[in-house]
Design a protein. Structure first.
Lengths: 274, 312
């Protein structure tokens, strides 16, 4: 019995579980510290929502997960993030490789405007130099666009440019583009903040479906959205301008919204913040 | 009542200022038009006798004005096109290096250096091209003639002095490269951040980010830069006049021989001091030809920029 327990503990994760362990993460822009000492585990096949007031560092934390943070000038991080035990900030880890495993959907829809819808979907695969035959490419395009609930509205115009779509459709195209490379984790940085309510509802439905196959992390300003779609919620806050953002608590969405441990969380989710 | 409130929002001094500004900028616009029409009219009137002159009255004993003008116009366009073909890749390379690859300090230094290149007077480039670049390139032309002589550009007897249209085009290219590079740098820096992040987020390397996000948006700016450079190269006088050894009435595409087409601007500069009577009119007529070519090139440039400029 004891032996079994020890063995299980030594191999804490199955290779396909896609659990993210954020350990003592701090992030900086030059001399300004944006995040202080965040430790947080993101469970596989769940949707985790990061909520909190502006400037609390939730987007920064999201961008440290796929190493996008360091593309900003003078950006630095300290700490580690492990995906199934592998440190994403390890010495021989190429940030480009991390971004191919951890897809990201941005606040504003950003399809490649000069590319056709089909080429947009396949852009990530082409970057990875995977050989994609015509029929295989067609299959992946259809599968990804179906998964993004976009197939029916664009199947007759796959060669039209990405710019011909509406904002909500563009955002779903960006999600399809991420799904096409079958990443381990999908990060979404306020994916609905530039969209109208109908497009938002469509993206929220889509997120709930994505949970079956992916570990999803979303940053949102919209607490109703966090409550509707997420399984777990992490609440961040910041003491004032120039102060780093801190994690206050993380738990099941139900618990965070109904029985928060901290008063700050209760104030924020209850709309009594600031 | 509400409409009345709107009509009284501009005070009398405000309206006076608005009218003054409108008048001043309209005047500036009118000035450009007047100058252009004035120059064009002068060229047409003063050049007219040259356009209809007989062989005995024309420089070089040309059989008629068009026999004189055609090779020179060809030479101007040919040398300018060669210069642009050399300068654009170099300028795009420099601009990409400065905006995307160089460390911050190096980038600033290099950008300043490129701007200095633009400020060097063309007569200095002419001297350098004549005394340093041409002799240096002569062995290269000999090699090209020997090994690639079958290719039309490198046909014929290679020049021993190196004073070829290839050397002239290279000097022109160095002169126009800074303008094109400055334009490219500007548009590369203005790539929408959203597009850059889209590529980075998918795991694009730096070069792939450039290919996916930067270049599609920069295409219009690169074309505009090339057209600016073409305009400057077309009008450049001293560098060509000093460097290239011309042959009269020549239209030919070989770039390495000692017989080269001359350009309109260089020809005017070379012949004008000795010209008299109708010859002067003929030279002014050549000026008119160049004036019109500039218009055509500009019109083409606008068209090209409109067609290919928008990201598609």
């Amino acid at each position: 019995m004891t032996d079994t327990t020890v063995t299980t503990a030594a191999t804490p994760t199955v290779s396909s579980s896609r659990r993210l362990a954020i350990e003592s993460m701090s992030a900086y822009y030059g001399d300004v510290q944006a995040l202080a000492d965040i430790s947080l585990t993101i469970e596989p096949h769940t949707i985790t929502a990061f909520i909190g007031p502006s400037g609390c560092g939730k987007s920064t934390l999201l961008r440290t997960i796929n190493r996008m943070h360091e593309t900003a000038p003078h950006a630095k991080v300290a700490g580690s993030i492990r995906l199934d035990g592998v440190d994403l900030y390890g010495a021989n880890v190429d940030p480009v490789a991390v971004r191919r495993k951890i897809g990201m959907v941005f606040q504003r829809p950003n399809p490649f405007l000069t590319m056709s819808i089909r080429d947009n979907v396949l852009a990530g695969l082409k970057l990875q130099h995977r050989k994609v035959s015509k029929t295989h490419g067609d299959d992946i395009t259809e599968m990804s666009l179906r998964a993004a609930n976009l197939w029916d509205s664009v199947k007759d115009r796959l060669n039209k440019p990405g710019s011909s779509l509406s904002g909500g459709q563009q955002q779903r195209l960006c999600i399809a583009r991420v799904i096409a490379v079958e990443p381990d984790v999908i990060l979404m940085d306020e994916p609905c903040s530039a969209l109208d309510p109908i497009s938002t509802a469509a993206i929220e439905d889509l997120m709930i479906n994505l949970r079956r196959d992916y570990t999803v992390v979303i940053v949102t300003h919209n607490m109703q959205q966090a409550r509707r779609v997420s399984d777990r919620t992490a609440f961040f806050t910041v003491a004032g301008a120039g102060e780093p953002g801190r994690l206050i608590e993380c738990g099941s969405t139900e618990q965070i919204f109904s029985h928060p441990v901290h008063q700050a969380t209760a104030d924020y989710v209850g709309g009594r913040f600031g | 009542m509400t409409t009345l409130a709107f009509t009284s929002t501009l005070s009398r001094p405000e309206r006076a200022t608005a009218a003054t500004v409108r008048g001043a900028v309209a005047g500036a616009g009118l000035l450009v038009t007047v100058v252009l029409i004035g120059v064009g009219a002068f060229l047409a009137v003063a050049g007219w006798p040259g356009l209809t002159a007989s062989s005995s009255e024309l420089p070089l004993g040309a059989s008629n004005f068009w026999a004189l003008a055609a090779p020179l116009v060809f030479g101007s366009v040919w040398s300018a096109v060669l210069a642009v073909l050399i300068a654009v890749p170099a300028a795009v390379g420099v601009a990409l290096y400065v905006t995307w690859f160089a460390p911050r300090a190096v980038a600033g230094f290099l950008a300043a250096l490129v701007d200095v290149l633009a400020a060097v007077p063309s007569v200095v480039y002419g001297l350098w091209g004549l005394m340093a670049l041409a002799p240096g390139l002569a062995p290269v032309y000999a090699w090209l003639g020997e090994h690639l002589g079958w290719f039309p550009l490198f046909a014929g007897q290679p020049s021993a002095t190196g004073r070829t249209i290839a050397t002239g085009a290279l000097v022109l290219a160095i002169m126009i490269m800074p303008i094109i590079a400055a334009m490219c740098r500007e548009v590369f820096q203005r790539t929408p951040r959203a597009s850059i992040e889209a590529a980075q987020g998918l795991g694009a390397t730096r070069w792939e980010v450039i290919r996916l996000a930067v270049l599609p948006f920069a295409r219009g700016g690169i074309i505009c830069g090339a057209m600016l450079g073409l305009g400057r190269a077309l009008g450049e006088t001293m560098a060509i006049a000093m460097v290239v050894s011309p042959a009269p009435f020549l239209i030919g595409f070989s770039v390495i021989t000692s017989a080269n087409p001359n350009t309109v601007a260089a020809f005017i500069a070379q012949v004008f001091p000795e010209a008299h009577d109708v010859e002067v009119s003929a030279l002014i007529g050549l000026g008119l030809a160049m004036f019109l070519i500039t218009f055509i090139v500009n019109a083409c440039a606008r068209r090209v920029a409109r067609i290919y400029g928008e990201p598609r």
